[in-house]
Every structure is written in C-alpha cells, then in structure tokens.
Design a protein around this ligand. Structure first.
Ligand SMILES: [Fe+2]
Length: 187
C-alpha cells in the first residue's frame, strides 16, 4: 500500500470508531504527521494547481459515504480564506511554506444564530512545513487562513469529517454569517 492508501484506510477505521470530534482529531493528528513526511511519494502535479485569483483546493480523496475528505490546498502569496467555520472536525498538515491562521472568538451567546454575531479577533498561529494542527466544531472554530504577500507559496493537506464543499462565511461588518459553496478541483 502507498502512504496515502495506508493513511486513508487508518483514518477511516479510526474515525468510524469515534463519535466525538475531539476524539477523532486526537487519533488522526499523528496519522497526518506521518502523511506529510511522505507527501512527496504521492502528491502529483495536479495537487499543486494554483490560481492567481484565489487559494486553490485540490481534491485528493473523498470517501464514498462522504464521511471523510482530503484536499491539498495551495496558497500563493497574499491569498486568504474569508472568515469561516467548517461545521466539522479537521486535521491540517503543512507540506511547504508557512501557513498563517488568525482565529476569532464568537462573543454573542447563541452559536446557532446566523445574525447578531459579534466576533473578537484572537491570536495567530504560524505553521511551518512539518507542523500539524486540528480543530473541532465545539464551540465554532472560526478563523482565517492564508499567506501574507511577503511570504512564499504554502501547500497544506486538509482532512475533514465530511465532504467539505460548503462552509459558513462570516461578515464582521453586518454581524451575519451565511452558508456558501466552496470550490475545488477534482483529483
Ligand atoms: Fe478553515
């Protein structure tokens, strides 16, 4: 089996056995640490596709039952996500460059509401090649990730507990969020 096939089969088995998102990331983060070490053995040119207009999500694997998905994200200098959450657990490993994460804390008490949202800026994390981070939707994990214009390209692998084809995007000015589709390239 290739490193990728081993990762997928172990990730599927371990996440199936666990219902709590925090338990899932606990057992999957070490698998991601091993996977990124072997990234050069399975990443193909299509996984490095990028776009001058936006960061690029290249699908690597999607489970037939939609319970897992793995993407290679390519961040050119100056490319950022909107402020978003995922509605899922996630495990992220950095393959190249430095990925920056800027977190937000939701101050307004009703986490299920789509309006009346008050966000406060939190800290930042700089994730260098070889690093692994994770998140759970408890409470909402709200953040922006990307690469400042003065740094070079970053490439990261993202494993989620569902097909990540949509997420909540937050508008600080209006205090609202909306659920939007997020694009990707097929593998
Ligand atoms: Fe995210």
């Amino acid at each position: 089996m290739t490193a990728l096939e081993t990762f997928i089969s172990q990730a599927a088995a371990r996440s199936r056995e666990r219902t709590e998102p925090a338990d899932c990331v606990l057992v999957l983060a070490p698998l991601m640490l091993d996977l990124i070490e072997r990234a050069d053995t399975f990443l193909q040119p299509q996984h490095y596709r990028s776009d001058a207009g936006s960061y690029t999500r290249n699908l690597i694997y999607k489970a037939p039952d939609e319970s897992l998905s793995l993407y290679a994200l390519v961040w050119l200098p100056g490319q950022w996500t909107p402020i978003h959450d995922h509605g899922s657990w996630g495990v992220v490993g950095i393959v190249e460059g430095v990925l920056e994460e800027r977190s937000y804390v939701r101050l307004s008490p009703d986490r299920g509401a789509d309006s009346g949202i008050e966000l406060a800026r939190g800290g930042i994390v700089l994730l260098r090649s070889g690093a692994v981070t994770s998140f759970v939707p408890n409470p909402d994990h709200i953040h922006v990730t990307g690469v400042p214009s003065e740094r070079s390209r970053a490439v990261s692998l993202h494993l989620y507990g569902r097909t990540m084809s949509s997420f909540n995007v937050y508008d600080i000015g209006t205090g609202t969020r909306r659920f939007v589709d997020v694009a990707h390239n097929e593998s």
